[in-house]
Design a protein around this ligand. Structure first.
Ligand SMILES: Cc1cc2nc3c(=O)[nH]c(=O)nc-3n(C[C@H](O)[C@H](O)[C@H](O)COP(=O)(O)OP(=O)(O)OC[C@H]3O[C@@H](n4cnc5c(N)ncnc54)[C@H](O)[C@@H]3O)c2cc1C
Length: 389
């Protein structure tokens, strides 16, 4: 009875990564005292993934790209460092290790988890940069590498930031050249994809392929990883690939609480309305990597996983919740716009921008590489780590 009339609305955002941070900030800025905004994440510190390749290259320290999530408390956001273990969609509460957090509106921004164990030998023998500690270990392995074969690739689709492994291959090439050991290193790229960046269409993918070829990086498409041994990879089809250093994007999967809550579909991810990010449950929204967002006109059936989408979706969901809670303004729909930097080494970056949901086809264009785009990526990093904390 009291609720709805006197009590402020309870908005709970689970996941304080890229999408959750943006949603929490935007919502708090718009609703003031009319809602209580709670952000729950298992980690005390946010780490900025687009800078992980720079950590591997030694041009950023981990401390430079981390921020304390608790800083959001200064803005009036309630921050809980806790593990989400269940989502009670009927009783409208989030179950954590420490207790229950009731909600009126729920925003799921739990991202993608990793399933190394689904490829035998992967955890034991492969490096990756898909979390900060692993990026630091990879940095040390690369720094100590004097010659031999680097196998770099992708275990399974989908994976987040479809440009990231290609970017790393180009940065490695650049780093080995600068160290004067490139002639001693073979770089072999393997992937289950048919071509680079399939969601961006054949023209853009072809440009990335040309960059690999110009650098002498061998490309092995349509290779689905079967097993990893101490010095060799086997695929479901095709020749084995020997390596001295293996770097592999691990398989991704949706976090257990969303699977257990019955929110995922046959894709393994959470289907949402592309415009509103509403799930099949009323009052429950999902944004970012955890979603399965259909692209009816796309080159691939589902939108790729990227931070630029998570943050754009977080803004729209926050705006629409604020409209609902305050009764002011008009609701918006997410438009599918995205951008992406692809660092290419030598202080340069390529840049792609466009609408992934445009009809009849996505309107994406890869430009560069140029030093200007590299500078823009550096400025974007600085902006991000300052603006949202
Ligand atoms: C190396 C690398 C480079 C990238 N570069 C780019 C780039 O240049 N541009 C770009 O757009 N994207 C990039 N991305 C992708 C981008 O980082 C992700 O797409 C983005 O972070 C997704 O945001 P999200 O909010 O959906 O998930 P995340 O940012 O992953 O956040 C999920 C949060 O949920 C928390 N969480 C998960 N499960 C639980 C639980 N049970 N309990 C409590 N907390 C939990 C996690 O701790 C995490 O903080 C890159 C990714 C990587 C790995």
């Amino acid at each position: 009875m009291l609720k709805g009339s006197l009590m402020p609305s309870q908005v709970v955002i689970v996941g304080g990564g890229v999408g959750g941070l943006v949603a929490a900030n935007e919502l708090q800025g718009k609703v003031g005292g009319k809602a209580s905004v709670t952000l729950i994440d298992r980690k005390a510190r946010f780490q900025f993934p687009p800078s992980f390749p720079w950590v591997v290259m030694g041009s950023r320290t981990p401390q430079q790209i981390e921020r304390d999530v608790g800083l959001l408390e200064r803005k009036g956001i309630r921050v809980l460092q806790d593990e989400v273990v269940g989502l009670d969609l009927v009783g409208k509460s989030v179950r954590t290790v420490r207790g229950q957090v009731p909600y009126d509106h729920l925003v799921i921004a739990l991202g993608a988890g990793y399933a190394h164990e689904s490829v035998p030998g992967l955890r034991e023998h492969a490096h990756h940069m898909y979390d900060l500690d692993s990026a630091v270990r990879l940095r040390d392995a690369v720094a100590g590498f004097q010659g031999g074969t680097v196998a770099i690739g992708i275990a399974r689709l989908p994976f987040k930031c479809p440009a990231a492994p290609y970017e790393l291959a180009l940065l490695l090439d650049d780093s080995f050249r600068r160290r004067g050991v490139r002639a001693e290193v073979r770089i072999e790229f393997f992937t289950p994809e048919g071509a680079p960046l399939p969601a961006a269409g054949p023209e853009n993918g072809g440009k990335v392929l040309a960059m690999l070829q110009e650098r002498g990086i061998a490309y092995h498409p349509k290779r689905k990883l079967k097993e990893v041994g101490p010095r060799s990879l086997t695929f479901e089809e095709g020749e084995p690939l020997p390596f001295d250093l293996l770097i592999c994007v691990p398989p991704h999967r949706a976090p257990k609480p969303v699977v257990d809550a019955g929110l995922t579909d046959a894709s393994g991810w959470v289907p949402v309305d592309p415009g509103t990010l509403q799930t099949e449950q009323s009052g429950v929204f999902a944004i970012g990597d955890v979603t399965a967002l259909a692209t009816p006109n796309g080159y691939v059936p589902l939108l790729p996983k990227a931070g630029v989408f998570a943050s754009g979706q977080g803004k729209v969901v926050a705006h629409n919740l604020a409209v609902k809670i305050t009764g002011r303004g008009r609701s918006q729909t997410w438009d599918g716009y995205g951008t992406c930097f692809l660092e290419t080494g030598k202080g340069k970056s390529a840049f792609m921008a466009g609408n992934f949901l445009a009809a009849p086809r996505p309107t994406l264009k890869l430009r560069g590489p140029s030093a200007i785009y590299h500078t823009q990526k550096v400025l974007f990093e600085k902006y991000w780590l300052r603006h949202w904390f």
